[in-house]
Design a protein around this ligand. Structure first.
Ligand SMILES: *[C@@H]1O[C@H](CO)[C@@H](O)[C@H](O)[C@H]1NC(C)=O
Ligand SMILES: *[C@@H]1O[C@H](CO)[C@@H](O)[C@H](O)[C@H]1NC(C)=O
Ligand SMILES: *[C@@H]1O[C@H](CO)[C@@H](O)[C@H](O)[C@H]1NC(C)=O
Ligand SMILES: *[C@@H]1O[C@H](CO)[C@@H](O)[C@H](O)[C@H]1NC(C)=O
Ligand SMILES: *[C@@H]1O[C@H](CO)[C@@H](O)[C@H](O)[C@H]1NC(C)=O
Ligand SMILES: *[C@@H]1O[C@H](CO)[C@@H](O)[C@H](O)[C@H]1NC(C)=O
Ligand SMILES: *[C@@H]1O[C@H](CO)[C@@H](O)[C@H](O)[C@H]1NC(C)=O
Ligand SMILES: *[C@@H]1O[C@H](CO)[C@@H](O)[C@H](O)[C@H]1NC(C)=O
Ligand SMILES: *[C@@H]1O[C@H](CO)[C@@H](O)[C@H](O)[C@H]1NC(C)=O
Ligand SMILES: *[C@@H]1O[C@H](CO)[C@@H](O)[C@H](O)[C@H]1NC(C)=O
Ligand SMILES: *[C@@H]1O[C@H](CO)[C@@H](O)[C@H](O)[C@H]1NC(C)=O
Length: 399
């Protein structure tokens, strides 16, 4: 999602997490069994460990559905930043919601029952009175999340279930005003960072990690490329990786040292190539963001990419690419080059017949954000244990 980065700079404070899961047992006739924590076998690569222990818990419930929004092109001046995103189902206090699993943000929110239709459209709304496990946060707290469009409301806690993983008293936002209102199909957002940015409680995955609810606190994403093959499935894995979803090996990239952005998924974007030809290096930290549909980046570098794509066109606001382009743009992370399929380089629904809107655009603040237009070409792994992001070339998954 689009952030106001200056805001993040102010609030992305390092939070120390203290957690105690000691159960108090009042019976004194108990037997004490000392447990020893098994040391990790360091000779086994992280990739192998994950493969050996992979569990596909989430497969059943957190299948993602690709948004299917067709935006007719009426007037070039009215073109907006819009395209595709992916979402899945979570349950809060027994009520179901579709949420975008967003590695580019931290907080979980869904619309509140009081949010009216002009604000929240026909989205599912959380009704606290219908949940016996709902509790308001104490002291009461209102929140405002300034994505590109802001979302605001009040905080509560309830049991949140994702793919069979259940967290009691999870803090979440109940939105009274939803700046996205009718723009998105999904009801809300589940931020997949390790630190809360706006809400007062720990994030969903922070608590999954602290409570060791998964053998590996990792999530994997396979975003289907429907334009390439309409049978391609989209899904997220929890706790392990799906070796059927990619070819070759997953290579992991350490998150870059971003003191002010702690807990967000930044890795080093070293270069971009067009049909194998380098634009001469990028060397910036890029936010790997499952919640952003496209790729945005530095003005000069984004221009250099398009100047190497035959027929590309800058209309003063946006880059356009011939809809029938065969150019292959690759992003290079730590010396490994990952190809973007030409079908993912364009937004077919935003076109004047010959030119389609490019999925690589200029960021207003020069920050690189790498979204679904790239992530659909790889199987991506977000490893909360080692704070690294892994990619391997995506494979068609039809079942
Ligand atoms: C909520 O979603 C689960 C899993 O998809 C489904 O089994 C259940 O019937 C849904 N509940 C409601 C109230 O829709
Ligand atoms: C919807 O809610 C907004 C914000 O609370 C309010 O300003 C607006 O008047 C409400 N609209 C209707 C139709 O109730
Ligand atoms: C969506 O929300 C924005 C910002 O609150 C508002 O200006 C707009 O009118 C809303 N859209 C609809 C269809 O109500
Ligand atoms: C939260 O906002 C509501 C209005 O929407 C207001 O009545 C209430 O006092 C606010 N609570 C806090 C703790 O700021
Ligand atoms: C959830 O919070 C309520 C109220 O603070 C508390 O009574 C309950 O024990 C908590 N549940 C868990 C599982 O921590
Ligand atoms: C953790 O791994 C063990 C042994 O492979 C397995 O039995 C268990 O179901 C796994 N737990 C989770 C939450 O994945
Ligand atoms: C899509 O994939 C399916 C399953 O592998 C295959 O049968 C079909 O031919 C593919 N379609 C295209 C257009 O490539
Ligand atoms: C990644 O981080 C780990 C742990 O801090 C370190 O051992 C490793 O050398 C790093 N890898 C690279 C390529 O910097
Ligand atoms: C793309 O379409 C244009 C006409 O719109 C045609 O001139 C050009 O040769 C086509 N390019 C490819 C690679 O098919
Ligand atoms: C990157 O790849 C180039 C060419 O393959 C090689 O010369 C260079 O040493 C590599 N750099 C790193 C940091 O691995
Ligand atoms: C699409 O826009 C480009 C750039 O303005 C123009 O050259 C081209 O003729 C337009 N195509 C159609 C079919 O209108």
């Amino acid at each position: 999602m689009n952030y106001y980065w200056s805001f993040i700079l102010l609030i992305a404070l390092i939070q120390l997490i203290t957690f105690s899961d000691t159960a108090s047992i009042s019976d004194s006739n108990y037997i004490r069994i000392d447990l020893f924590k098994r040391e990790l076998d360091k000779s086994i690569s992280p990739e192998k460990l994950l493969k050996v222990r992979q569990t596909l818990l989430a497969r059943k419930y957190s299948k993602l559905f690709k948004r299917d929004v067709v935006i007719p092109l009426t007037d070039e001046k009215n073109l907006k930043f819009r395209d595709l995103s992916y979402y899945g189902i979570i349950t809060i206090g027994g009520q179901n919601f579709t949420v975008n699993f967003d590695t580019g943000s931290a907080d979980l929110w869904v619309p509140d029952i009081q949010c009216n239709s002009s604000q929240c459209g026909t989205h599912n709304r959380f009704d606290p009175t219908k949940s016996p496990t709902f509790i308001p946060v104490s002291p009461p707290n209102n929140f405002t999340i300034p994505y590109g469009s802001s979302v605001s409301g009040y905080e509560g806690q309830d049991t949140v279930i994702l793919g069979g993983i259940s967290l009691t008293n999870q803090t979440f936002g109940l939105a009274l005003i939803d700046g996205f209102n009718l723009t998105y199909e999904e009801d809300g957002i589940l931020g997949c960072s390790l630190q809360p940015v706006v809400l007062t409680g720990s994030t969903f995955f922070q608590r999954v990690k602290t409570q060791k609810l998964l053998n590996n606190t990792v999530i994997g994403f396979h975003f289907g490329r429907y334009n390439l093959n309409s049978t391609d499935k989209s899904f997220m894995n929890l706790g392990g990786i799906d070796s059927n979803a990619y070819v070759g090996n997953i290579v992991y990239h350490n998150i870059t040292d971003q003191v002010l952005f702690t807990g967000l998924w930044f890795i080093l974007l070293s270069d971009a190539q067009i049909d194998g030809v380098s634009i001469g290096g990028i060397g910036s930290s890029a936010l790997i963001d499952t919640g952003t549909p496209i790729i945005v980046g530095n003005n000069v570098q984004v221009s250099n990419i398009h100047k190497n794509i035959p027929g590309s066109y800058w209309n003063g606001a946006l880059w356009w690419i011939p809809c029938n382009t065969t150019s292959v743009v690759s992003l290079v992370f730590n010396n490994i080059s990952y190809k973007i399929s030409p079908t993912e380089l364009i937004i077919p629904a935003v076109s004047n017949g010959t030119l389609c809107q490019s999925t690589i655009q200029v960021a207003f603040d020069s920050i690189w954000i790498v979204g679904a237009a790239f992530l659909s070409n790889v199987y991506s792994v977000f490893d909360f244990d080692k704070m690294q992001v892994g990619f391997a070339e995506s494979k068609l998954v039809s079942n």
